[in-house]
Design a protein around this ligand. Structure first.
Ligand code: ZN
Length: 360
């Protein structure tokens, strides 16, 4: 069952989407803020010809909201209509377009990746914010099962809608958690980026998957999941529809991948029971993360999703959860080998990490 959000206009023309729990109904008020009108795309894509990778040049984001005082939080419900992005007395889950988007506006498909000159293009695409709860404190791991399910239902809704927009190559739902990761708003929230190109890491994985299909005739990700299940040493958690494991070649001191047990390319491919299983295992893994140390774990959560285009045929939906925390007191910084060369050095073994997470 697809849930349909209530759509409500914000003062500058952006849509605010209310996703409500069963029996709840959003009661929004007119947005009376004097916001400047939106003026199309402000950012630029530039092609790095050395790598064929696009870089988003987004100078306007220098002025974005940075660590606001709690009474100025743009994600707390704001019936007074002053600093909040949500003109309502309360809400369950909301989604709206970022006021300071890195990518904005529709585009035509088909950006080149090899050219013989400086190449730039308008920074089209979409950047949305998703507030996981109206409660300013807490995090995804603190949500109850119904609230967590509502968030993943909202992710599924946004994935299907944004993937269908013109010129969108990839829809990325993600969460950054913790000041160590650079989070500028503490209210529990995530973001959704719809890119006009396939991101570098997805392009690499899809290339590997195509090679695997040519050589072995099977899907790479299905094979990885089968191998992890057979070996077993790195499995962290399982339920009927999903498996969470520390990958064989983890790059980060703490890295967990969550795979559905059957091939789907994105959240829209999951049925309702599978979506509920996904919410459950995601909460399970995040709970283990927070029990590792005395303080909540800083992490990045990345939902890898693919569309039905020929070039993404082998793409297998999965989540990659990454943390830079090495020990209770130490952070892994990405230094020259990792940042300059993409050559990761992990100071622990995936098997030890999996063993610890399994016990928690
Ligand atoms: Zn807040």
């Amino acid at each position: 069952m697809r849930i349909e959000p209530l759509r409500w206009p914000l003062a500058d023309g952006r849509d605010l989407l209310f996703f409500s729990l069963p029996g709840h109904a959003a009661e929004p008020l007119p947005d009376r803020r004097a916001l400047p009108a939106r003026a199309g795309t402000h950012t630029e894509l530039r092609l790095d010809r050395q790598t064929g990778e696009w870089v988003v040049i987004a100078a306007l984001r220098q002025h974005r909201t940075y660590k606001p005082a709690p009474d100025q939080c743009p994600l707390c419900p704001g019936p007074s209509g002053i600093s909040s992005e949500v003109p309502a007395p309360d809400y369950d889950v909301v989604v709206f377009e970022n006021r300071f988007p890195s990518l904005a506006g529709d585009s035509t498909p088909g950006l080149p990746d090899t050219v013989d000159a400086f190449m730039s293009a308008p920074g089209t695409g979409h950047c949305e914010v998703i507030a996981f709860s109206s409660d300013h404190t807490g995090s995804f791991a603190d949500l109850d099962a119904a609230q967590a399910l509502l968030v993943v239902q909202a992710w599924r809704h946004r994935t299907a809608e944004l993937m269908a927009r013109p010129g969108i190559a990839e829809v990325f739902c993600f969460e950054n958690r913790g000041e160590e990761i650079g989070v500028t708003l503490t209210h529990p929230h995530g973001q959704i980026y719809a890119y006009p190109y396939v991101t570098p890491r997805s392009a690499t994985m899809l290339r590997q998957a195509r090679l695997h299909r040519e050589r072995h005739g099977t899907n790479l990700f299905e094979r990885i999941l089968a191998d992890e299940l057979e070996e077993g040493a790195r499995i962290v958690a399982q339920n009927g529809s999903f498996t969470a494991f520390v990958p064989f070649a983890s790059r980060w001191p703490l890295e967990v991948h969550i795979y559905p047990n059957r091939f789907v390319r994105n959240l829209a491919g999951l049925d309702d029971a599978e979506l509920e299983s996904f919410a459950r295992i995601y909460l399970d893994v995040l709970g283990r993360f927070d029990r590792l140390y005395d303080a909540p774990l800083p992490y990045m959560s990345a939902l890898h999703q693919y569309n039905d285009d020929d070039g993404q045929r082998e793409g297998y939906f999965h989540v990659e959860l990454l943390s830079i925390r090495r020990t209770a007191t130490k952070i892994k910084y990405l230094a020259s080998s990792e940042s300059a060369m993409g050559a990761f050095i992990n100071d622990t073994t995936p098997e030890i990490v999996a063993g610890r997470l399994r016990e928690l």
